[in-house]
Design a protein around this ligand. Sequence first.
Ligand code: NOJ
Length: 744
Amino acid sequence: MYRILQNFIYLLPLILFLACASEKQDVETRNMDRFIDNLMKEMTLEEKIGQLTLYSSFMDETGPFMNEDYLDYIRVGRVGAVFNAYTTEYTREIQRIAVEETRLGIPLLFGYDVIHGHRTIFPMPIGETATWDLEMIEQSARYAAQEATAEGLNWTFSPMIDVTRDPRWGRIAESSGEDPLLASLVGRAKIRGYQGDDLSQPNTMLATAKHFAAYGFPQAGRDYHTVDISELTLRNVVLPAFKAAAEEGVATYMTSFNDLFGVPASGSNFLLNEVLRNEWGFDGFVVTDYTSINEMVPHGFARDDKHAGELAINAGVDMDMQGSVYHDYLEELVDDGKVNEETIEKAVRRILTLKYKLGLFEDPYRYNDKDREETMIMTLEIMDFARDFARKSVVLLKNEENTLPLSDDVRSLALIGPMADNQRDMIGSWSAAGDYAKSVTLRKGLENRLGTNARINYAQGTTVNGTDRSGFSQAIAAARNSDAVIMALGEEYWQSGEAASRSDISLPGVQEELFDEIIKLGKPVVVIIMSGRPLTIGNVDEKADAILYAWYLGTTTGDALADVMFGDYNPAAKLPVTFPRNVGQIPIFYYAKNTGRPESEIKFTSKYLDVPNTPLYPFGYGLSYTTFGYSDITLSSDQLPMDGELKATLSVTNTGDRFGEEVVQFYTRQLVGSVTRPLKELKNFQKIGLEPGETKEVVFTISAADLAFYNAQNELKAEPGAFHLFIGASSADVKKAAFTLLSK
Ligand code: NOJ
């Protein structure tokens, strides 16, 4: 008793502090609710509908332009938010119209696709995920928010947390790849980075979890195509990242363009009201992706736009991006008795609440600070970070006989290929207001690194997509006259991203022919590939001496690549997506199931006649300039009680001669389930750094909650039974142990 009392006295200040903080929060919430109640009492139905309307400005175009008169509509209170507008001056003027010329002066939200940086561009999301460095990912979002909010923005349409297994789909570039856990963790990190701890700070912004849901599963990888997946896949693969986003407190969700179970996402009561709001308790607002309300008509789900509007608002869509359907029809729909005014009011309240939390009612111009615009963008600190982040995204796929790193003694380098000296492509697609005039190409980066110590014999050789071979001879001559050859190949920036699906994902144009010509010279060839997706590079893999997969690295591309190529940084990135050998293997992903006829030498088993089942490079794969040795796994027990924990331990040793980082990956497999289970599922990972000869113990803890999955009744449960546990350097290179999950 005395002990309890002593503890209580000891904890008293903390208890009082927490009680005061929660009291303060209650008061703030009451004040906010009162403010919004009073405001809403003043609003006409037309003004309420205005809050549900989002229009694009003329500054940028991210889809079909729908409304020429958006400024006039702002003037009469019929617009709640604007996107594709930035710079303090431009957004200040638009905000001024809303605040000073409308009857109630309600400030606007300013949204934009700040996807992988705003002015300073960081690696493409698929590349940033390859770092497996959640702190850096969060920090990149923090810097993106710092820059974007200094230019008038307070809402980003990011993170995109669509899991996808299809590299034909161009938007794989904007995703975190194929794994549900990785997508959840990256999504959470970005949400924290954008939103910070306090939305009322002028350098934080609303984040958007998109695209809700299953947009990453279009048939045949064709953008906007039909999605037809099971509810098991939906619950176990697609939704975990969206659920994690709700838990992380994301402010908004964006619906997807596709249908799911025959219902377009913007008309899906199941997704929006049942799952998002009722199951997960989300209380922010839902915006459409562009004109996806209108698109319910061609989908064959709504008779006309008016009907589409009725379906969308009743399904739980709060804000209509660009489609003008709410603007044109919601009032009529209320008059016709098809939509309740309370439904509209709920949506308005959600939007006003976030405007309030951003502090816009207190100061509508808080994001229009010229000083910040002049001092907070592309600072030295951000550029240094960008370079470090970029080099950490580069995956070393092959390195025969330690071709890389290049020696400082090199006196002449041939730099060949269409991606070697092209500023625009360096920042990739969806690069927002990215200032590509400031991007460092590979050529420039090598010049910066080498100065006058070595000659760079540059030859473009060919274009990315053309068939002109007239530059081949110059490229061959450059290679002949140099100690080593670097080839920069890939896709142009617009060949991945939205509306950028490809049915053939090999290197475009005659780049591979050029590569074959150079290989014939017998010199060591390092290939650097820049692309937003895995390409089918079997031929390059067979013949090149070394391959670096660079995705699009952003503003500091050339410097970051030079760091990697000369060993100033030892690569440690790992693939967040499986690389197929050919298009026919797609979808190919590591958490596939065993099937009833797993591949063997017997004919009637699950395999191809012309290609192995294995990928070119597996999920989680990536080399280093050093090597790592993995010990066997020791388990704290081979039995895991339902309410207990189990520790799996192994040691990793740097067996090479330079410092290196390693992403140690932890997977499990349930051998028998009430529904069939994948061969492996990523459960955790740790990125560790090791000096030459150093050994570190890596411990993973697992409990029943980590093993839970959605069963056929849509219940999230762990099922007792036999498990395998794997720890290793990639999904295909692991040590194995076994344990049993007990029923109690
Ligand atoms: C369409 C894209 O699908 C979405 O991701 C983006 O945020 C909007 N356009 C706005 O630009």
